[in-house]
Design a protein around this ligand. Structure first.
Ligand code: G3I
Length: 515
């Protein structure tokens, strides 16, 4: 596995400049403390953890908002142009490049002791309008090679890494690949070609594949893992993978899922990046304070997962202040670390805790008889229930057989007292199915909240494909909130299709706190 680093000779003048700005060294400058910043910055904490902490950069904000530039320089040591280096913004007219925004970001980074990750050379969105499926394979291939070569050559030796191909997987399609102009005209070989052209253009840059929605174990991360393995086996020069991690506080991957995924991609010899972190908060009902606390926990979990995995080198947030997030078009999602006035939110503390390698703390199991020590007491099903002592897990389990209806599964009512306080929770259970090669098993909470706009809510808190006969972990984090007072909360576990036997063990719902 290549670990290329380039050593940049930073002129003495620039070093002095960076020291005066209180970044690039360990002691915060007086100006920095007067600026109301924290005594220890994220980039200092990240350096102590041996990691990079990054942010996507909005070129317009960088050029016009001094506070934006100051906080970016103070807190982050790794920057990714949010849009400036995409093909459309860079080459809106064939052969005519608009370098200014990208140059500004690279020069700002170099002046502030920050490294740069280029984003993104090949993506089916924000391509120039002159790139379309009317082009022949030779025309498109030549245009793509020229774009990659020209762009990477301009910044050769100055960028640590590049997102070469972004979001090429879509498991909703027959092929599993995103139906893009590249796939339609060139076929899947465009992925390998892009990486080979990139390696030739800048042999010193780390080349990343970047993907959305592969944080959880499941179909898309499985397909992506297999694709990476196949390309690496063909000698395609891929150095790293980015797990974007755009999450929502109402439901996001469990820490175990995230770490299991990180580990398996690392086992391919890939450098890991958690590359585009933000956490929507609007879908989680309840008070803003509770939603922002759930966001703090989400960021702590994601950052600690990278700090605790040797193969993970960087966590990059997709922006850093709610003032400029790409998400807010649907109303106040408040997805980032700083609010619109650049005040650090609870999410900032979550990043601090995560950089210290502190996982969120779990409380006691809130599911009565979740370990089935009292057999199936308190559990119910529309089908047949029987409890067993499973010798594989060496623990008690309950199996549901004779399921012939889609909703038939295992239910646990009476969770109102345990969960009505709301907040972030962790869910996990061991599940096994018999009678089908692989089916999806889901965990849901049925919340009765008569006074709310939705009197009966079904919250999907975890789902995954489960292979026949194997005990697997079904897990997820979720944020629970209420518009009014709930009157009943029931946990159900079921699978689709229904005509398979479902066994369940070690069911846990635990409150999650910072420490
Ligand atoms: O620059 C034009 C401006 O001239 C015009 O007036 C304005 C109104 O139409 O649009 C501006 O372009 C916008 C661009 O952001 C720059 O602000 C585009 O409309 C808008 O679609 C684009 O959104 C970007 C989005 O990618 C495009 O899909 C977001 O800022 C950016 O955060 C987002 O980032 C992607 C990553 O690159 C890949 N992973 C997913 C992530 C979120 O979609």
């Amino acid at each position: 596995m290549r670990r290329s680093r380039f050593i940049r000779q930073v002129p003495v003048l620039l070093v002095v400049a960076s020291l005066s700005l209180g970044c690039g060294d360990d002691t915060p400058s007086p100006e920095h403390e007067d600026a109301g910043g924290p005594s220890t910055t994220l980039r200092q904490l990240a350096a102590r953890a041996g990691k990079r902490i990054g942010a996507a950069v909005d070129a317009a904000a960088l050029a016009t908002d001094e506070t934006y530039a100051s906080v970016l320089a103070r807190e982050f040591d790794y920057v990714t142009p949010e849009n400036a280096m995409k093909w459309g913004p860079l080459e809106p007219v064939d052969g005519s490049y608009a370098w200014a925004d990208a140059d500004d970001i690279v020069e700002f980074a170099e002046a502030h002791g920050q490294e740069v990750k280029g984003h993104t050379l090949v993506w089916h969105r924000q391509t120039p309008s002159w790139v379309d499926s009317s082009m022949s394979a030779d025309e498109l291939s030549s245009a793509l090679e020229d774009h990659i070569t020209t762009t990477m050559t301009r910044y050769k030796g100055r960028l640590r890494a590049w997102d070469v191909v972004n979001e090429a997987v879509d498991v909703a399609t027959d092929s599993g690949f995103t139906q893009s102009v590249f796939y339609e005209v060139l076929g899947p070989s465009y992925i390998a070609d892009a990486f080979r052209w990139a390696r030739a253009a800048d042999p010193e840059a780390l080349l990343f594949y970047n993907e959305v929605g592969i944080e959880r174990l499941g179909e898309k991360s499985d397909f992506t893992y297999d694709l990476m393995q196949e390309l690496l086996d063909q000698g395609v020069p891929i150095d790293g993978i980015g797990l974007q991690s755009h999450v929502s506080t109402h439901r996001y991957p469990s820490l175990n899922d995230l770490q299991a995924n990180l580990r398996r991609f690392a086992s391919l010899g890939l450098v890991l990046n958690i590359s585009e972190v933000d956490a929507r908060t609007r879908l989680m009902p309840g008070e803003k304070e509770s939603r922002l606390f759930a966001q703090r926990i989400a960021f702590q979990q994601i950052v600690s997962a990278c700090v605790l995995e040797a193969g993970c080198e960087a966590v990059t947030f997709w922006g850093f202040t709610d003032k400029y997030s790409w998400i807010n078009d649907e109303g106040p999602e408040d997805p980032l670390l700083f609010d619109r006035d650049y005040e650090a939110k609870p999410a900032y503390d979550g990043v601090v805790d995560g950089l210290a390698g502190e996982r969120p703390a779990l409380g006691p199991n809130l599911v009565p008889n979740g370990d089935f020590s009292q057999e199936d007491a308190g559990w119910s099903s529309d089908a047949e229930l029987n409890s067993i002592d499973d010798d594989v897990l060496d623990m008690r389990a309950v199996c549901v057989t004779g399921r012939d209806g889609g909703s038939m599964g295992l239910s646990r009512a009476g969770l109102l007292d345990a969960l009505s306080g709301g907040g972030p929770f962790s869910f996990q259970a061991r599940v096994r199915i018999e009678g089908a090669e692989s089916v999806s098993v889901e965990a849901r909470l049925l919340v009765e909240e008569p006074a709310s706009g939705e009197p009966l809510q079904e919250l999907n808190i975890a789902a995954r494909p489960v292979t026949n006969g194997e005990w697997m972990e079904l897990a997820g984090y979720f944020g629970l909130g209420f518009e009014s007072s709930p009157t009943a909360i029931t946990l159900t576990l079921s699978s689709t299709p229904a005509d398979v036997d479902l066994c369940v063990a070690d069911v846990r719902i635990e409150s999650v706190s910072a420490r």
